[in-house]
Design a protein around this ligand. Sequence first.
Ligand code: DGL
Length: 270
Amino acid sequence: MAVGVFDSGLGGLTVLDAVARRLPQVPFVYFGDNAHAPYGVRTSDDIFALTCAATERLWDEGCDLVILACNTASAAALKRMQETWVPKDKRVLGVFVPLIEALTERQWGDNSPPREVAVKHVALFATPATVASRAFQRELAFRAIGVDVEAQPCGGVVDAIEQGDEILAEALVRSHVEALKRRMPRPEAAILGCTHYPLMQQAFQDALGPEVKVYSQANLVAESLADYLTRRPEFLGQGTETKFLTTGDPASVSNKATLFLRHRIVFEAA
Ligand code: DGL
């Protein structure tokens, strides 16, 4: 009864950590496409092809349900995958909707018309591909009116994290927050719209200031997955083992993952 978790690299481990804590009885198979990260500077055709290949590999591991723990893939490829590619006996879900439901104070499946919500000025930090897709604004517009979103494409941050260069990642976070604040001086909420960014959450919070509520996805996705599996237990696949697969160098990816999550993680070649 395994579930697949996909990311372009290390970022999805922030989601994996939360879902594994929320559903300790479920084995998870993680796939990091480290050889092709970052996705955030790729075209949507490229992101679609890479995400489909990784998803198929997770199906081979007995995971009928795959979570795209990657906003870039969720924004640039998920809709096309669901509409044209995913067979009826499999499911692929993204990480955008749980976050937007939290921001707009909605329960799962509440499809009522968009309404006014408490928060009015939202800063979105994401990869260039996610920002260019405008998927966040589109999903938000289905649920809320009168929310001003200022999006900052955070070039370089994922690369620095994948390379394990925390100092560079922090410096880039500070400069991206400053750039956003020049356009939106007082955001009330900030969305970390990339699963790599919770690894830099403190740097975002410090640069934004304590009055800004920072939303990150891991726990919201975990709740939403638990809820989904209660409603659709048939999508718990045949897999039985938790494992970590990478297209990159397993030894070096294991070391970086262990460093970031502060517990030992061993990757094997995908
Ligand atoms: N962590 C991913 C995301 O949530 C991908 C970042 C990248 O590969 O550029 O967007």
